[in-house]
Design a binder for this molecule. Structure first.
Ligand SMILES: [Zn+2]
Length: 550
């Protein structure tokens, strides 16, 4: 469900509803009242739609569009085993005539074969993994988003899990990012989709148990990332999270407002947020599955921390104007970690996990922090601000101390669109992974391979300590030397106790992309699938001073 309607109350009313008016300093209240948020209240996003998917052992009579996932022409007999021999012969002849390489994420349409109006052949590539099969489904969803009529997807010869991945991909591929187009937007496709699978009831159970939740969580994360910053700011992010989790069993939500963060001494995130009329928030979403095994989660939850800068202007260290609009997505880490917990909670996964979203808007203002200012984080450590544009690590410092000391997390993974340097190092093929704990790093790497959201480990060199040393405070928020992604990771890790298993994911190079075969332009929803897989497969990591990564 889209939530703009929920936010249609006047801003002042929203503040009252959240019980915050009395808590805001008078100055903040007056600035808030003057904030031009009214225009955003007139903004209404279009609702997300997905085809309803069902599973069957055999197709109905040919009608509408057939989706045929193949690694090679020789797969046809197995995949199309439920069609008539005449239909198979027609498809074989059609495939022979098509110049198609069966590559991953590629598709080709054939028309009028075997009684079907259209046959969409999607490539699986050789040795297709679960992620490749999901991608094939997404390529179909993307190609057929506006296609009217019934869809039939053939998954014969594939496992129940693979058939569910195909359905999950179909729904993910239907995602649209043109949330606010009022003209030229195609009508949503009306037809339903049927996946033909050998074990139809098994596939249906896997999809209902996990796939559908993943689609809902990915849609939530992509939507909130694609939304502009006049719609999504710390308080509205919280409101949307509350709505998404409403009624989901096992979930508790806690929100720290400014006075609560002041009481806890979270001077780092409060410093970042003080230049904006929209105050910061720390959102904590805990999900405890009923059957979470004590031998895995007895020591505490897995904590996922997300950088949630709802707009990053750079602050007083103002960014260049070109491309600044993309900084509405500087909250993609927060969207990813909350989305991962949403996927786990909605599928009743047997895990204990908590997402901590560190939400703030980074704006230049007479009241904003300056370069040279010193902030004090929740653990009492002091930070010299070199650049107000290195704010992600500042909000995560307090989130880290909170997760480590208040939530007693057994392991902590933070996710952040942290540095431009990560793009230079890794392009957009891998996100950056930093950790002192090899076992945690290995588990994240494996989850990346399984989910298709892949990671490459980078070093935490001891020199980063010197690079971030400050003459006036305990640490400074921008390092010297060229290892920008590494010094950023070191800064965040400085706020975790050395024995706490911790990893940092820098996703600044993968959180958004141009349109491609599986998605439209905009948010990738990156880290939802990775972290959902990671937490499901999580094994306890020893609590000892980590020595890996350098
Ligand atoms: Zn920044």
């Amino acid at each position: 469900m889209r939530l703009s309607a929920r936010l249609s109350v006047a801003p002042a009313a929203l503040v009252v509803a959240l019980g915050l008016t009395a808590a805001l300093p008078a100055e903040a209240q007056s600035r808030r009242a003057a904030a031009p948020v009214a225009a955003a209240e007139l903004t209404r996003a279009a609702p997300a739609t997905h085809r309803a998917v069902t599973f069957a052992a055999a197709p109905a009579a040919p009608s509408g569009t057939l989706v045929l996932p193949l690694s090679a022409a020789s797969d046809l007999d197995a995949r199309a085993a439920t069609l008539s021999s005449d239909a198979r012969a027609a498809l074989a002849a059609g495939l022979k005539g098509a110049d198609f390489g069966y590559g991953k994420r590629k598709s080709v349409s054939l028309y009028g074969l075997g009684g079907w109006d259209r046959v969409l052949v999607v490539g699986l590539g050789a040795d297709a993994s679960a992620a490749d099969i999901q991608d094939a489904g997404a390529a179909a969803g993307r190609a057929l988003g506006a296609q009217a009529g019934e869809l039939t997807l053939l998954a014969s010869g594939l496992s129940a899990e693979a058939a569910s991945e195909l359905a999950t991909g179909l729904n993910l591929g239907e995602y649209r990012s043109d949330l606010y187009r009022t003209t030229g937007r195609d009508k949503p496709a009306p037809g339903a989709a049927t996946v033909v699978a050998d074990d139809a009831s098994g596939a249906s159970a896997v999809f209902a148990g996990r796939g559908r939740a993943l689609v809902e969580a990915m849609t939530w994360a992509r939507d909130i990332s694609n939304e502009p910053a006049n719609v999504v700011y710390p308080e509205s992010f919280v409101a949307r999270a509350r709505a998404a989790f409403a009624g989901v069993p096992g979930v508790t939500i806690e929100v720290l407002d400014v006075p609560a963060m002041e009481r806890l001494g979270m001077g780092s995130i409060l410093g970042v947020g003080q230049g904006s009329p929209r105050p910061p928030r720390m959102l904590i979403v805990r999900y405890r599955g009923q059957n979470a095994p004590a031998e895995v989660f007895g020591a505490g939850p897995v904590a996922l921390l997300g950088k949630g800068i709802t707009f990053d202007s750079g602050g007083v260290s103002l960014k260049p104007g070109s491309g600044m609009g993309a900084m509405k997505m500087d909250m993609s880490g927060a969207a990813g970690v909350v989305g991962a917990v949403l996927a786990l909670a909605k599928s009743a996964a047997p895990v204990d996990v908590v997402a901590v979203a560190a939400l703030a808007e980074n704006m230049p203002d007479g009241g904003a922090i300056r370069p040279g200012d010193v902030l004090t984080a929740m653990n009492g450590r002091t930070i010299e601000v070199i650049s107000t544009d290195a704010e992600g690590r500042l909000v995560l410092a307090d989130a880290m101390v909170y997760a480590d000391t208040r939530l007693n997390a057994a392991a902590i993974v933070d996710v952040a669109t942290l540095t431009g340097a990560i793009s230079t190092a890794l392009g957009s093929d891998y996100a950056g992974l930093f950790s002192r704990h090899d076992s945690l790093s290995d588990q994240l790497h494996a989850a990346g391979e399984a989910s298709g959201e892949r990671l490459w480990r980078l070093p935490l060199h001891p020199n980063y300590v010197t690079a971030t040393s400050s003459p006036i405070a305990d640490i400074k928020n921008a390092g010297e030397g060229g290892a920008g992604a590494g010094t950023g990771a070191h800064f965040i890790g400085y706020f975790a106790r050395p024995e706490t298993p911790w990893a940092h994911l820098d996703i600044a190079n993968v959180d958004t992309s141009a349109a491609n075969d599986v998605k439209p332009a905009g948010s990738t929803g990156w880290s939802v699938r990775l972290l959902e897989r990671f937490v499901r497969d999580y094994r306890p990591v020893a609590r000892e001073v980590g020595t890996g990564g350098s």
